[in-house]
Design a protein around this ligand. Structure first.
Ligand code: UT7
Length: 304
């Protein structure tokens, strides 16, 4: 299909990115995807909506400026006790949200948290721009975190940002104009623009930095890690991680060939598949590592 829309080839896309398929949400809102993922996560854990203290929704593609996706989820779940807000960290959303949850837990402000990541990137992808349309897909994933007295759970987090490179991944919202002179016909460029090479270089530098940092802070070596679950953007970026740490491909979870880059949803989508396939076992040490728009990056070390 894409080869009919732009000057590209399956061979180019697979060789340069590793992506073979992507899912597109047709006539579905980001909130609908988020609500479905949240309901699945709650059903899987057996935790009720009334137990949730905090809902964080991560998205780069909200349906509205207000209410937030998190508030839509809160309403639908009837999670009356939960505070709810959206977090804007693009592809690093899940990692950033996990860091916020960790802070709430450590401050004693929450015991149960729902993180839901939902994206309808197809709404901001220009399907005449071959540099982005082959990469992105829609999707949603959610995770429930619960405070426990044990030393397991979220062990270390590290977040970073380099706003000076923000234009490398740009999707603008409202036009800038004199509000008193504003024209109802102002053309808005709603599409995502990316300097792929710059984001690639950023990822190749910051992903190892983030992993090294959580390992060092936790006093853990890479040999002790059972899984690395990276943001799914490009197989060549994942190869950088494997080569840097001498990891076997089996230690790094990859599913981008079927979903493309789903921004914040990519890590929870991986976790859901891993859980369903029996790959997540109690006691394992796992690193989530994300990077993307902002530009932002970060890593989390957890013991499940
Ligand atoms: O989620 C976080 C945000 N995004 C990312 O992490 C993306 C990071 N970057 C990347 O994954 C890669 O940079 C891309 C996959 C986006 C691009 O791969 P690249 O190897 O860096 O290619 P390039 O941008 O250097 O382009 C090489 C050539 C160019 O043609 P010329 O100028 O050499 O004639 C592009 O126009 O490939 C061309 N090209 C394509 N050709 C066929 C770019 N996209 C396509 C395409 N099909 N889809």
């Amino acid at each position: 299909m894409l080869t009919k829309m732009v000057d590209t080839s399956d061979e180019w896309i697979v060789q340069r990115t590793g992506i073979r398929e992507r899912r597109i949400a047709v006539n579905q809102t980001t909130a609908e995807l988020a609500i479905t993922a949240a309901k699945h996560a709650l059903a899987d854990t057996g935790i009720t909506a009334q137990e949730i203290d905090i809902i964080i929704a991560c998205t780069a593609t909200p349906d509205s400026y207000t209410p937030s996706i998190a508030c839509r989820v809160q309403a639908e779940l009837q999670a009356q006790r939960a505070v709810a807000f959206d977090l804007s960290a693009a592809c690093s959303g899940f990692v950033y949200a996990t860091d916020v949850v960790d802070s709430y837990f450590r401050a004693g402000k929450a015991k149960t948290a729902l993180v839901v990541c939902a994206e309808t990137l197809s709404r901001i992808v220009d399907y005449t721009d071959r540099t982005v349309c082959c990469l992105f897909g829609d999707g949603a994933g959610a995770a429930v975190y619960q405070w426990s007295e044990t030393k397991d759970g979220i062990l270390q987090t590290f977040m970073g940002a380099d706003g000076s490179r923000g234009d490398a991944l740009l999707a603008t919202a409202l036009p800038v104009e004199d509000p008193l002179e504003q024209s109802r016909n102002t053309e808005v460029d709603r599409f995502l623009h990316m300097n792929g090479k710059e984001v690639f270089r950023f990822a190749a530098r910051t992903v190892p930095e983030a992993i090294d940092c959580v390992l060092k802070q936790a006093g853990v070596t890479i040999d002790e890690i059972d899984w690395i679950v990276p943001h799914q953007a490009n197989l060549r970026i994942i190869d950088v991680i494997c080569r840097r740490y001498g990891l076997a491909p089996e230690q790094v979870y990859v599913n981008l060939e079927r979903y493309g880059n789903t921004s914040s949803a990519s890590i929870p989508l991986c976790l859901d598949e891993m859980r369903r396939n029996g790959l997540l076992l109690a006691g394992q040490l796992i690193i989530f590592v994300g990077f993307g728009g902002g530009l932002t990056y970060g890593a989390v070390l957890i013991r499940i």
